[in-house]
Design a protein around this ligand. Structure first.
Ligand code: HQG
Length: 177
C-alpha cells in the first residue's frame, strides 16, 4: 500500500468512524481543523503536510473529503453515533444503488437501509452504482430508486460531490429491483 493510500484510509477511519481514537472532535457537520488532523496522523506514525493532503485529494479518483478554511471533513460514509447534519435537497427523478443479489430479498422486504452508516448511499447513474456494488463478492445488482417520488412523500435526500447522493431509509415501494 502506498503512503498516500495509507493516509487516505486513516483519514477515512478518523473522520467517518473513530474520531475519538485520534483525539478528534467533529462538529455537527463533520468538520475538524486540518491542524488537529495532521497532529493525529503524526501521532499514528504518518507524518504529512497540508500541501500533501491537498495534492492527494486533487489526484484521487473519488472525492471523499472536503477542505475549506483550514478545516477538513468526510463527505459521506460516517458511522459515528452523533448524526452528521446535512442539508436536504430535491433529487432527480431516479437515482441508483449498487449492491449484490444476496442482499436483495432483505432490501425488497425492508427497503434500502443505511446499515452501519448514517445514510443510504446512492449514485447519480448506473455506471457509478456498478463501481460501488462491485466492491462486494457476489452477483452485481443495480436498484433503480424512484427518488423524486420518494422525496415527494417525505423521504429526505442529500446531494454530495461527484454524483453521490445520500438519503434516509427508502421504503420498498420506491425501489425497482
Ligand atoms: C446493503 C464506499 C440487506 C447495501 C463505496 C450495501 C460507496 C441492505 C450494504 C460507499 C439493506 C451497506 C457506500 C437491507 C441496504 N438488507 N442489505 N435492507 N439495505 N443494504 O458500505 O452503498 O471507497 O454501508 O446494498 O464505494 O455499499 O469507502 O454502503 O451493500 O461510495 O469512499 O448494505 O462506500 O466508498 O454497505 O457503499 P455500505 P455502500 P469509499
Amino acid at each position: 500500500m502506498t503512503d498516500a493510500i495509507k493516509i487516505s484510509k486513516t483519514i477515512s477511519h478518523a473522520l467517518r468512524h473513530a474520531p475519538l481514537e485520534y483525539n478528534l472532535h467533529l462538529d455537527n457537520e463533520g468538520w475538524v481543523s486540518l491542524a488537529s488532523l495532521l497532529n493525529a496522523l503524526n501521532d499514528k506514525g504518518l507524518p504529512t503536510t497540508e500541501e500533501a493532503i491537498i495534492e492527494m485529494l486533487a489526484k484521487a479518483e473519488k472525492k471523499r473529503f472536503q477542505i475549506l478554511d483550514g478545516k477538513i471533513r468526510a463527505y459521506y460514509g460516517h458511522s459515528i453515533e452523533e448524526k452528521i447534519v446535512k442539508q436536504a435537497s430535491e433529487p432527480p427523478e431516479y437515482l441508483y444503488h449498487g449492491t449484490i443479489r444476496g442482499y436483495l430479498e432483505s432490501i425488497k422486504e425492508k427497503g434500502l437501509l443505511s446499515m452501519d452508516r448514517q445514510y443510504v448511499h446512492l449514485s447519480i447513474d448506473e455506471r457509478t452504482a456498478k463501481i460501488v456494488g462491485s466492491r462486494r463478492a457476489g452477483e452485481l445488482v443495480i436498484i433503480k430508486v424512484k427518488a423524486k417520488q420518494a422525496f415527494n412523500n417525505q423521504v429526505l435526500f442529500y446531494k454530495e460531490e461527484n454524483g453521490i447522493w445520500l438519503s434516509d431509509s427508502i421504503p420498498p415501494i420506491y425501489l425497482e429491483c
